[in-house]
Design a protein around this ligand. Sequence first.
Ligand SMILES: [Zn+2]
Length: 340
Amino acid sequence: MTIKSILMKALRLTNGYPINTFLGGKGIILCFHRIVEHTSLHNSILEITLPALQRLVNQLQANNFEIISIEEIKGRLASKNSKKFAVLTFDDGYVDNYTYALPFFIQNNLPFTIYISNSMPNNTALIWWYALEDVVRKNKHIVFMYRQNKQQYSIHSLEEEKNAFSSIRNLILSLSSAEKELFLTYFFNLFGINIQAYSKHFSLTWEQIKILSKNNLVTIGAHTKNHLALSRIDSTEVYSEIFESKIELEDMLSMPVNHFAYPFGSVNEVNMATIIQVEAIGFTTAVTTVGGNLFAEHAGLLHSLPRFLVCELTSKFFLNIMLNGTYAYINNGFKLLKSF
Ligand SMILES: [Zn+2]
């Protein structure tokens, strides 16, 4: 048994308490993607229902976390204010951020941020992970060609369905962006799905983003033009992915866009060179998906802020150990700050 697993076991015995230890720092940033009526089987990591979101907000408030806007984070990190804070953010630009998130946050009078990948409102994003979910749910036999090799899957149990989903998903993730669109068009056509038309139903429109941006509770941030893993493309392309996403959002919304989220956002996609570019382009803050709590030191690390991914599956226990800092401390090798 590893030290990590022993500590996690000990924390479970106390349901993650004591809360508000020094490991928790000044606050946290949470990352959501979609709000849904019913969670899916294979993409639930991207989803939360309104009742679960309400429970999560209640838990934050019961632990005396003040929910603040990303605009306030720079000042709060530098200030002596000891009240803990949480910033709630949504990535990518799913349509439910308009249909469900906006009414929820208005009703609760709480601020939130949406990081938009321009490919969503421009209808060039291919939402293949949901189309793939439909394919593995509805087909008992999946046969296709991949790089001149015949691939076959038989699905007669939940386990086989999960295996097929994750295996085809990994295959798609390994494709270069040039190969991806061709492959996705071919693959989904086999099952009667026009992936371009299918994907449009998931995205916010520019009209909806404009309405969101005019609400005082909403901050619109940038999330690159095409949502590529920035570590896999050359630095000129990285620059245009980031810079042009900011310019197009600012043109469409007639307001400055000062906050950025790295696509995927783990240590595999975010590096020092990209962090420097994001700062040079003029963003005030940039968030990763490396889990961590925020400390005064982050006032000097505003372009690589840690953030916790949360979804329907995030239990009360896990939120507790995120809030009190023990989860990140154990996962980041017993360090408070993670470096890139
Ligand atoms: Zn994203």
